[in-house]
Design a protein around this ligand. Structure first.
Ligand SMILES: Nc1ncnc2c1ncn2[C@@H]1O[C@H](COP(=O)(O)OP(=O)(O)O)[C@@H](O)[C@H]1O
Ligand SMILES: N[C@@H](CCC(=O)OP(=O)(O)O)C(=O)O
Length: 274
């Protein structure tokens, strides 16, 4: 069934998680996924949509590069791994986007950028300038720099919330979160075989929050908890979020066409207006 929803292709943020980019069992980078993501974002960019990509994967790609199966425990080792992985991640994106005649620009952000109005304004201006030149901003947390400090918060901790923050700050209409799961379920499907996918969420009820658990894979971090926080942030700002499977990023075109895939987080009023 295809249910049309009110959508315009104006400014869209796409976030892709580590679990969609790297095979947790083999540690292999999913090159076809990166290729299809670049193909889809480039095509939408050519159609005139402002597309922004928030990508995880620096640490996961770093692990693969260094042939490690577990994250090292020390912060310095993890940050070193992110430094290595981020380079390779961007090399892969750069190559693939280039194949589809699209240009990208990298931004590595820390939380304090948003705490200080001057730095926030500069980053937003940079994103606007890139978009004005039809260049796709590719954003990740600056993992090699961000650490938790008592009086100076620099970490987001997860890219779900980073993507929602970026999306609301740049006035995006839609945030698309691509994950290793095809939507929000009433309970964690990895633990409950009878879990049911929810197609639309208008309000983050206690039942929904109670059914959200942490990451189900070796590589993912926030699980559903941080995705719901991101959804809450988007709905509060009057914007929409869709959580969908990142197995084939060409799904983005179906989402933008308003098809009934994944889970849509949208305030009720917006649906009724359509
Ligand atoms: N209620 C729920 N519905 C769907 N997935 C859930 C739920 N609760 C927990 N999860 C888990 O969240 C995982 C996705 O989060 P995560 O592993 O952090 O992925 P990503 O790397 O894409 O951010 C799913 O694979 C699933 O195991
Ligand atoms: N910034 C980190 C990813 C953090 C994160 O939120 O990861 P994920 O849960 O896979 O989206 C990295 O690039 O490895």
């Amino acid at each position: 069934m295809t249910e049309k929803r009110p959508l315009t292709c104006r400014r869209i943020v796409v976030k892709i998680g580590t679990s969609s980019l790297i095979d947790a069992a083999t540690g292999q980078i999913k090159l076809q996924t990166i290729d299809r993501l670049a193909f889809t974002l480039a095509a939408l960019n050519h159609q005139g949509c402002d597309m922004v990509l928030v990508t995880s994967g620096a640490i996961g790609v770093g692990l693969t590069q260094q042939r490690l199966t577990e994250r090292p425990s020390s912060i310095a080792e993890q940050q070193a791994l992110a430094a290595v992985g981020q380079c390779e991640l961007m090399r892969l994106y750069s190559q693939r986007f280039n194949d589809y005649d699209a240009q990208i620009g990298q931004l590595l952000l820390t939380h304090d950028v948003f705490d200080y109005p001057v730095s926030r304004t500069h980053v937003m201006d940079t994103i606007d300038a890139l978009l004005a030149h039809q260049i796709i901003p590719v954003i990740n947390e600056n993992d090699s720099v961000a650490v938790d400090e008592l009086d100076h918060r620099t970490t987001f901790g997860d890219n779900d919330q980073l993507s929602a923050l970026v999306a609301t700050q740049i006035g995006a209409d839609l945030l698309i979160v691509l994950s290793d799961i095809d939507g929000l379920y009433d309970q964690d499907p990895r633990r409950h075989a009878d879990a049911r996918r929810l197609t639309t969420v208008h309000h983050l009820s206690e039942d929904i929050l109670a059914g959200a658990a942490g990451s189900g894979s070796r590589l993912g971090t926030g699980g559903m908890v941080t995705k719901l926080k991101a959804a809450g942030h988007m709905m509060q700002a009057g914007a929409q979020m869709v959580l969908a499977s990142g197995a084939d990023p060409r799904i983005i075109s179906h989402i933008i066409a308003g098809e009934n895939v994944g889970t849509w987080f949208v305030q009720k009023a917006e649906v009724e207006q359509s």
